[in-house]
Design a protein. Structure first.
Length: 65
């Protein structure tokens, strides 16, 4: 019967050692958080201007992640 051979001992992390390191994950998450905070600030600014009745002179595009 053919099937999966189960090895005992060392197992590789599912996404590779470099991506999976806690330092790398933390760095990626912090960068993503900064991007989200900038998006939120842009949206909040637009809402404030629209509530104040100020028409944006030109549609602004925000960078998406």
């Amino acid at each position: 019967m053919h099937g999966h051979h189960h090895r005992r001992g060392f197992r590789r992390p599912p996404f590779g050692r470099r991506w999976y390191s806690s330092e790398n994950v933390l760095e990626r998450l912090e960068s993503y958080q900064r991007d989200l905070e900038q998006e939120l600030a842009d949206v909040s600014d637009l809402i404030t201007r629209l509530r104040a009745g100020a028409e944006p002179s030109a549609p602004q595009q925000t960078a998406t992640v």
